[in-house]
Ligand binder design. Structure first.
Ligand code: B12
Length: 313
């Protein structure tokens, strides 16, 4: 996970800039809270710069939320983490805290995209990966970011080159992070691809990451692959499921014939899971027999957990 460690210093130790991005507290506030109230005590690296642990980041997030709820920092500073968490939970602050964590990364990454600044986009995304759980990075950072970039491209505010820049950064990051998980040699295995005509690959790459967090073996075939080729490969590697992503709405209906073909070739030997933005437009009764429609990311995660539980039981 080289790219993660490069943004976050040694993995699990974060620079003040990364902590500022993750908590929404400015660098000046972080320094002032430390000096006046000793809210956390970061260590120092060889050059004398502060380095924060993941526990420091979690405490600072709680402190930020609690101050937003109206409590004074001088009173909060001495409370242990458990008491802070209780205070925030009792005030319903946890729910308010979550959306802001991803939003900060997205807003800054959009700004860096508009300034054609790939270094900052990459740094923001690697920090998000280091500081937030994968599901939150995907749903609260990456998906909103690429959708917003797509909308701005559509309105002519983002150039094709800027859109390609962001997609390439997301693509490389997701592949690199997914490779960092230990695989189980006898875990369930997945084949991921898109059907002929569909060139959007980020959806299945994100699925591959979520599967890797659960120690699945994944075979990524890239995009635009004929159904018979996907089926042949899946049978060769004895895959437990084939994942197909539909993004372009106009591809969804033509994809039904390809899905039918895929499901028929794999019948009884391997499941076919269908998801992606355009899959939401399909009615369950339109989906060919043998295919399982998973329109939301929580449907997908539940299915992954179910398959893993059945596999290992
Ligand atoms: C990046 C991008 C591209 C890149 C893709 C590069 C790559 N390596 O993937 C390139 C430049 C190739 C491209 C091309 C095109 N694109 Co494009 N593109 C996008 C953009 C910005 C992001 C797409 C993306 O990856 N989103 C996908 C992910 C992150 O979200 P998602 O699919 O919903 O996936 C989530 C879930 O659904 C789930 N999931 C996904 N798949 C699966 C599968 C399973 C089994 C499961 C369980 C779950 C699951 O996982 C994800 C996380 O939760 C979008 C903007 C947008 N609004 O999405 C436009 C967009 C999709 N593109 C669009 C267009 C028009 C095109 C082109 C026609 C442009 C052109 N004139 O050439 C071509 C068509 C290519 C083709 N035939 O497929 C339009 C589609 C408009 C429409 N009809 O609705 C969009 C919406 C932009 C816009 N606002 O106009 N594009």
């Amino acid at each position: 996970m080289n790219s993660v460690s490069s943004a976050a210093g040694t993995f699990g130790h974060f620079t003040i800039k990364a902590v500022s991005q993750a908590t929404g507290l400015t660098v000046e506030t972080l320094r002032a809270w430390e000096r006046r109230y000793e809210v956390v005590q970061p260590s120092r690296d060889a050059s004398g710069h502060r380095t924060y642990s993941a526990a420091d980041v979690a405490r600072l997030r709680l402190l930020r939320t609690a101050t937003e709820l109206g409590h004074t920092i001088s009173r909060l500073a001495t409370l242990p983490d458990d008491d802070l968490a209780k205070l925030v939970a009792q005030s319903g602050g946890q729910a308010r805290q979550l959306p802001t964590r991803g939003q900060g990364f997205v807003e800054r990454a959009i700004d860096a995209t508009m300034h054609s600044d790939p270094g900052t986009v990459e740094e923001l995304l690697t920090s998000a990966v280091a500081l937030l759980p994968p599901t939150e990075v995907i749903n609260a950072v990456i998906v909103p970011l690429v959708r917003e970039v797509g909308e701005r491209w559509h309105r002519g505010e983002v150039s094709i080159a800027q859109e390609h820049m962001v997609t390439d950064i997301v693509r490389r990051l997701v592949i690199s992070v997914s490779r960092g998980y230990l695989r189980s040699d006898n875990g369930p295995s997945l084949v991921l691809s898109t059907l002929s005509g569909e060139r959007h690959e980020l959806g299945i790459l994100l699925c591959s990451w979520l599967a890797a967090t659960r120690r699945y073996r994944t075979h990524y075939l890239g995009v635009d692959c004929p159904a018979d080729e996907i089926a042949r490969f899946a049978l060769e590697v004895e895959a437990h499921a084939v994942l197909v992503s539909l993004v372009m709405p106009e591809n969804a209906v033509p994809a039904l014939a390809q899905l039918n073909d895929l499901a028929r070739r794999l019948s009884g030997r391997c499941e076919v899971w269908v998801g992606g933005f355009a899959a939401r437009d399909l009615a369950p009764e339109d989906v060919p027999a043998g295919c399982i429609l998973l329109p939301g990311s929580s449907d997908f995660e539940r299915r992954l957990d179910l398959m893993a539980a059945q596999h290992y039981s």
